[in-house]
Write a protein that binds this ligand. Structure first.
Ligand SMILES: C[S@@+](CC[C@H](N)C(=O)[O-])C[C@H]1O[C@@H](n2cnc3c(N)ncnc32)[C@H](O)[C@@H]1O
Length: 252
């Protein structure tokens, strides 16, 4: 079973959507304007349930969203229908993208690249993004840092992430220092009529040294056009930044 297939319905109920909604509403348009990207063809890698893809389509972008979870893609299609916008959603693995020179912009947000647990997988995703871009295109993404996963995530070992009358989502976290992998065991109880369904999923995210990410981007052929601790405020990355934002540029 692919992660996020069972978790998808809880994802929609949790605080998670705020991340991409906030990006579309108050961060990305300004930033894209600043680097000279006008509404054009956009590929959102690991698009999840489509909040960002649909938001960007409303701003005039021609959006394709891919995700490996069928369930997330079903939810994304529903979201696009409800918003009455045209977005192409495909079930695809970001390690083996098939696009060639079609897009002005490729995005990948909210930890998605941390789900790739080997350097080889990360390199494959970067290569796919590079191939998908037109010359002069931009690849913008964020990743949790090693600090973010090993310190910020570990402040509480077990906690209730979300709770309602008919729903409870519990997280348990641990960190493997040797492999720099954070494990989050998610348990959800959801009421359906007279029964409660229990859902268990294990999520693993790997943190990579920032220098390794830079090296991989350069190896792929990208120039690094920006690196920030906060994309909104364009602040520098600090040793205690929980997240890093990259803008990579494919030479023209
Ligand atoms: C935290 S969610 C982020 C979703 C979306 N980008 C957002 O901002 O809401 C991580 C997403 O990465 C997807 N994902 C993880 N590994 C993937 C892979 N190898 N290829 C495609 N999608 C993947 C998951 O299915 C999930 O939808």
């Amino acid at each position: 079973m692919i992660i996020y297939d069972r978790f998808a319905s809880a994802y929609q109920r949790g605080p998670y959507l705020r991340f991409s909604q906030n990006l579309v509403e108050s961060v990305l348009p300004d930033y894209l304007n600043e680097i000279g990207v006008k509404p054009s063809k956009l590929l959102d890698m690991a698009c999840g349930e489509g909040s960002l893809a649909v938001g960007m389509a409303k701003l005039g972008y021609q959006v394709t969203g891919i995700d490996q979870s069928h369930k997330m893609i079903d939810l994304a299609k529903e979201r696009a229908n409800q918003a009455d916008v045209d977005v192409t959603f495909l079930v695809e693995d970001m390690r083996s993208l098939h696009f060639n020179g079609e897009f002005r912009l490729v995005t990948c947000f909210f930890d998605s690249l941390n789900y790739l647990l080997t350097i080889r997988d990360l390199q494959d995703a970067f290569n796919g993004a590079y191939r998908a871009l037109q010359p002069s295109g931009f690849f913008i993404f964020d990743m949790n840092t090693i600090y973010g996963l090993s310190v910020d995530w570990m402040r509480e070992e077990t906690y209730i992430q979300n709770e309602a009358q008919d729903f409870i989502e519990i997280h348990r976290q641990s960190y493997d220092y040797e492999n720099q992998i954070a494990t989050m065991d998610v348990t959800i109880f959801m009421e359906h009529g007279a029964c409660w369904e229990r859902i268990d999923e294990t999520h693993r995210e790997r943190g990579y040294p920032i220098a390794d990410i830079q090296f991989l981007l350069n190896e792929t052929g990208f120039m690094i056009a920006g690196m920030y601790g906060s994309l909104k405020n364009r602040t520098d990355v600090q040793t205690t930044s929980p997240r890093v934002w990259f803008t990579a540029h494919k030479p023209g």
